[in-house]
Every structure is written in C-alpha cells, then in structure tokens.
Design a protein around this ligand. Structure first.
Ligand code: DAH
Length: 353
C-alpha cells in the first residue's frame, strides 16, 4: 500500500508539473484530489488492510493528500501570476505618450451662419418664426401678389408635388422662398385680435427649393432668412436703419450699405441692399467684380395687397420685409466658388469651418 501511495504521488506531481493553463489544472484537481481520485480511494480501502498496517498507511495517505493539495495551490498561484504578468506586458500603458486626438463633429457652415444671423436679428428684437417647407401654390405665390400667370413665377422654377384632383390654389409645392411664412405669421397674429392686430417683428429661417439645373452657381436647395416687421407708422427709414445696423453687426462696424431700386411683387417700393465689399474694402476685386459692392438682400415695404391678405388693414398698418441667403454670404466671405460644396458632404470642405 505504501508503494502504491508513493506511485500515486509521483504520477500526480509529474502530471501537475506539465500543466500550463487553468482548464487543465481544474481537470487535474478532479482527477487527483477529487472525491474519486486514487488517494481518496486509498482512504476507503484502509479498512480492508491488516490491522497493523493501517496506521502507517493512513498516515502516509494523509501526507500524500496534503502534499498534492499544497502542490495544487502553488501551481494555481503560479498560473495566476503568469497570467497577470502576461496581461501587464501586453496592456502596458505609457502615460508619457501624448493623448490620441478624437474627431469631433461640428455644425454645418450653413447652420453656423444661419445661427449667427438669427442671433444678430434676435439682439435687434426679432423673434424666430418657422413655417412649413411644403406650401400651397396659394401661399407660395398668390397671396404674395404673384398671380398664376405672373412673369415673376418664371424666376422661380418650382417643384410641384402631385396631389391629383386639387384645384390650382391648393396645389402643393416645395416653397421656393421663405416669403409665404410672412402670410402665415400675419394670419396667425391677426387671428388673435382681428380689430387690433399686434405688431410683428419676426425672422423666418428655412430651406427653400428650386427646380434648377445644379451648377456651380445654382442648387436645388438653399437657406433663406426672411424678416418681417408690421406695425403702425413703419416707414422706409425704419427699413434702411434696421438693415444698415444689421449689416454693421454682421460685417463690421465700418460696413457701408447702399440701397438700389428693384422690383418684387410682394413689396412696394422694393430695393436691393448692397454692402461695401468686405473682401477688398470697396477697392474692387474679383469677388465684387471690381464694383466695390456686394448684393446682400432683397427688401421693401410690404405691399398693401399682402398686408390685406395677412389680415392687416393697409390703411392703418405698414411694414417692411427682407430676404437673404446665408449660403451666398458665406460664399462671398470665404471666396467659395462652387455652391455644390454645401450639400456635397465632403468633410475636407466642412472641416474648414
Ligand atoms: N423672396 C425673395 C426671393 O426669394 C427675396 C425677398 C425679396 C424677400 C424682397 C423679401 C423681400 O421679403 O422684401 O428672391
């Protein structure tokens, strides 16, 4: 029996020394010190030994069991240490290395400029009012004094949305400008108190759509910001003062402006505002085509018919309106020669802003 125990111990320790991983170690434990392992079997056989051999055999069996358990514990610890050393080596961290920069998203340049314009108008007392992108033919054209066959409609080649049987006025279009929002705002305000409608001072941002050939100079979508002021005793002097101050806040304290007569069906009189070229300071360059001036926005006194359509009595109320393109301003400022960059989603372009 003693020899057998010596054999058991020797074989078990030999097997243990070859083990290099957890799973094998567990299998070894079950086979060599588990409940039905050879040493444990010796304990159950002790009773069948001659009486005088029992104490020595029992003692030896205990010794072997303890030795194997100790060897197991040592091996387990050794494996744990080895694993730790391995992971320390592979996950080594050099805290003196510079951090890895991570790429941050940013606002689209058009959004940045839109927000800048809105914050300037906001400081000047304008509230933001948003209207819908899908409009009826009536709001987009007719209520703005652009009748069905008015030549002004040709300037704005339109995306019509098929709606089957609807009559002409209710035909749906993608808005070609933000001006229909003027009617929506006036109607909403005047509905509050039809006898004595409240004054209006709003900025109306939004995407506009035109059925154009896409080229370096024209896109099928672009932003506009519309302004509308309606109240009593509003004059062309208010228009000039407000828009010149806007230009100074937008383009610099010394930005000079000039107004040129123009025509829009929804304003009378109508004008274009130019600012002195902010690229060359008015000396004349390629951006301003040597004129020293840049065309920035269209504006005018709200046409009496339009006031009427909005629910404001043109005998008591007057107002002015303006519309500008934030992308166009960005193009001028940064000498961007191709409008297609704005919706081309090329990060090399977008990352510059
Ligand atoms: N709606 C015009 C356009 O898209 C821009 C415009 C001109 C808006 C004059 C106005 C305005 O409010 O008064 O070209």
């Amino acid at each position: 029996m003693l020899e057998k125990l010596a054999q058991i111990e020797k074989e078990a320790l030999e097997a243990l020394s070859k083990i290099e991983e957890e799973a094998a170690l567990e299998a070894w434990r079950v086979a060599n010190i588990g409940r039905s392992s050879p040493v444990m079997n010796v304990f159950s056989q002790l009773g069948s030994l001659p009486k005088e051999e029992r104490p020595a055999a029992g003692q030896r069996a205990n010794q072997v069991k303890t030795a194997l358990e100790t060897a197991f514990a040592e091996k387990k610890e050794a494996l744990r240490q080895a694993a730790l050393a391995r992971s320390l080596a592979s996950e080594r961290l050099d805290v003196t290395l510079p951090g890895r920069p991570f790429r941050r998203g940013r606002l689209h340049p058009a959004t940045q400029n839109l927000r800048r314009i809105l914050s300037i108008l906001g400081e000047m007392g304008f509230q933001v009012y948003t209207a819908r992108d899908v409009e009826t033919d009536e709001y987009n054209f007719q209520l703005l004094n652009i009748p069905p066959h008015h030549p002004a409609r040709e300037m704005q080649d339109t995306f019509y949305i098929e709606t089957g049987e609807t009559d002409e006025a209710r035909r749906l279009v993608l808005r070609t400008h933000t001006s229909p929002g003027q009617i929506r705002a006036m109607r909403e305000f005047s509905a509050q108190n039809p006898q004595n409608p409240p004054p209006i001072r709003i900025a109306l941002p939004g995407m506009c759509y035109r059925f154009e050939q896409i080229t370096a100079r024209s896109e099928v979508q672009f932003h506009q910001i519309e302004g509308l002021v309606v109240g009593q005793n509003i004059t062309f002097a208010d228009l000039k003062g407000t828009l010149s101050e806007f230009a100074r806040r937008m383009f610099g304290r010394n930005a000079r402006t000039r107004f040129r007569a123009d025509h829009f069906p929804f304003t009378e009189p109508s004008a274009e505002m130019d600012v002195e070229c902010f690229v060359c300071g008015g000396k004349g360059c390629s951006v301003c085509k040597k004129s020293g001036w840049l065309e920035i926005l269209g504006c005018g006194m709200v046409h009496p018919v339009v006031l009427q359509n909005g629910g404001y009595d043109p005998a008591r109320y007057t107002g002015f309106a303006f519309g500008m393109g934030p992308e166009r301003q960005l193009m001028l400022r940064h000498k961007i020669t191709d409008i297609r960059y704005f919706w081309g989603n090329d990060v090399r372009f977008l990352e510059q802003f």
